[in-house]
Design a protein around this ligand. Sequence first.
Ligand code: NA7
Length: 551
Amino acid sequence: MEGVLVARSYDNPQLSQTFDVTIVGAGFAGLYMLHRCNQRGLSAQIFEAGDGVGGTWYWNRYPGARCDIESLEYSYSFDEDLQQEWEWSERYAGQPEILRYVNHVADRFDLRPSIQFNTRVEKAAFDSATARWNIQTSNGAAVSQYLVMATGCLSSTNKPSFEGMDDFEGPIYHTGEWPHDGVDFSDQRVGVIGTGSSAVQSIPIIAKQAKQLTVFQRTPNYSIPAHNGPIDKALEAETKANYQAFRDANRRENGAFASRTPAGETSALDATEDEWREKFEHHWQLGSLAFLRAYPDLLLDDNANAIARQFVADKIAEVVTDPTTAQILTPTQVIGCKRLCLDTNYFETYNRDNVELVDISSAPIERFTPTGIVADGQEFEFDAIVTATGFDAMTGTILKIDIRGVNDVSLKEKWSSGPTTYLGLCIPGFPNLFTVTGPGSPSVLTNMIMSIEQHVEWIDECIDYMSHQGHQSIEATVDAEQEWVAHVNAVADFTLMPTCNSWYLGVNVPGKPRVFMPLIGFPPYVEKCNEVAANGYEGFALTSPADSSTR
Ligand code: NA7
């Protein structure tokens, strides 16, 4: 590894600098990647569009924004002192606390000197002659041997475009780009579009503040009460007494979390009604995404899944007093094929006098007017509108950058029918480029921090291997990519996951190809990645300087 000594970009951002590793994004992935590079003595730089660290937790400041994985699990495991010393205040940490944690990590590991904020990467082109990436940013240029896309999976908002939107006279917010100073909805008539996780978390809080809240629902969502509260100090102590063992147990789970929740072993179809009601009630009371661990076949067999659906439908009917509203709020799709939501008083909120639910499943929003929204021929008047319409997930941010690989092929063109990768980490035609938690890896189906750590460590070790072997570029082969894509699809098709219009499939974004992007199952995936590395990076072509002249 060349270990180039470089001028720091924050001294002179216009300077075209040379790095061993350029990292895009200062979220959990980018920060850990930078830390590993620093430990190796590599020159590394993060370019970050925002003016602070935290990625999705920097942008998603909407009321009620909260993690749906427990704090003791949704945190870095790579440093024993860090995980011992940091104290979470709640079982599920809210956005402000997670942001404080990420900032603490940036300071603790002295990462800020190598982060250039307010800088958007606009273009990256691979130069085959030098085996380097030429990177253009909104604030200068860089040349780098490796380019690591730590761009996050939920970082490009999916903004709807309704007729007349520009005419609306009040503010229109998107949950994923929330004003940093917060929003005061007191005495306002507020419209919320969407009922995904961001809406489920924010609606109860906005409802308490606003004069009137109207929710436009296209598809109802399953949500489980989080039973959030102050962290259980005894559990925290127990966890910290043997933290690495707990992390390892989680890593043996398909989703890399919730190892403490026993997984059901017998089919839901073998249970009597009394038995499944008792079992689901137990899992419901746990207040966790691990609700779906009650039976092993819930995401494999539609009849088994239907039992869980029935249980949740009954719960909604118990909570929501108006039967018509309860019915509109009751989902019919496979439970779990969209990510479950965890809530605090979501369904209860529809019992409030100032909350109205508008079903737009068969009659979509027609248009905005200067004073509101027209749906199904009726006009609703608002002072403010919140679009909780989600993200162009997993690929949106990567594809906003004009990435050009060998022979100037653009990634956008290559992925025009959907993203294809080898291991969710690398793409043929794009040497020395890595995607952290990219499509084709378990990523969003897991506790993201565990997947991020696994990817960063794999990339770090790969770069180290390259350096020691004297290689200058690594590129996934087309055969390996094709085999991998077929594998990812086969695993998904074995389950019920591809059966509804989730953002895992990209179908929430108009025009995006329908492809199931993440890979189901963390442990076998990790095993495969380790095997690939142990076998000298099987499925990759490695090039040393002598080879490149013939390229
Ligand atoms: P989601 O889960 O993608 O939810 C977006 C919601 O917005 C969902 O209810 C959509 O309905 C709705 N939506 C999107 N576009 C429209 C239009 N044009 N008209 C009406 N309704 C629309 O995003 P979130 O931000 O809530 O959560 C994303 C992830 O963050 C979540 O899974 C957690 O992992 C954390 P649809 O269901 O598509 O009919």
